[in-house]
Ligand binder design. Structure first.
Ligand SMILES: [Cu+2]
Length: 190
């Protein structure tokens, strides 16, 4: 009988302690939810690169940015040579064309292709693919992401996941003559 009483006492004590601990845990819950919310907001923040397609056949950006390799200038802009990225990173590309010429004479797109793609051949074959936005159907399987073909004042935004395999991936503009004219760059995955 005495033993049972002691057990009851112990049980009361444990219940009281648990209730106290429970109070603490409900206080912590909102903080955990908040942390999870912040994490989700971070995950939604996609790195955005604003590109300008110029009349001198360059992919340009408004200024130097971390994660971008830039070269000389083109008008008021800086020439983009490469994008540095981490495997699996989400990147949003916004390309807009600025030109004094009509779209039939000057349009641009951004086409990123798989590593090892013969971009010379891709560009050459795409010359004859006017009805397909100047993208050779033979190379459609090589494309990781592409914008539409854009004339002056037009823009297009695409989002893609950087490939897992480290290395250099080419991106080009497939409008006739532009690849040969230097409208090309690299996505460097490291
Ligand atoms: Cu172009």
């Amino acid at each position: 009988m005495k033993k049972v009483l002691i057990h009851s006492f112990l049980l009361l004590f444990v219940v009281a302690f648990a209730a106290c601990g429970g109070g603490e845990s409900t206080e912590q819950a909102p903080a955990e939810e908040q942390a999870a919310g912040e994490q989700a907001a971070e995950d939604d923040g996609v790195r955005t690169i604003n590109l300008i397609g110029t009349d001198d056949l360059k992919f340009a950006v408004e200024g130097e940015q971390e994660g971008l390799v830039t070269g000389g200038t083109t008008g008021q802009y800086v020439i983009l040579e490469a994008i540095e990225a981490a495997p699996g990173e989400e990147i949003r590309i916004n390309l807009r064309t600025e030109s004094t010429m009509p779209p039939t004479a000057m349009s641009h797109n951004f086409v990123l292709v798989e590593m090892g793609t013969d971009v010379d051949e891709f560009a050459r074959e795409s010359l004859g693919a006017r009805d397909n936005d100047y993208i050779s159907p033979n190379f459609e399987d090589n494309i990781i992401v592409s914008t539409s073909m854009l004339g002056n004042g037009e823009s297009d935004t695409v989002t893609f996941t950087v490939p897992d395999e480290p290395g250099e991936y080419d991106f080009i503009c497939t409008f006739p003559g532009h690849f040969a004219g230097g409208m090309v760059g690299k996505l460097i995955v490291e």
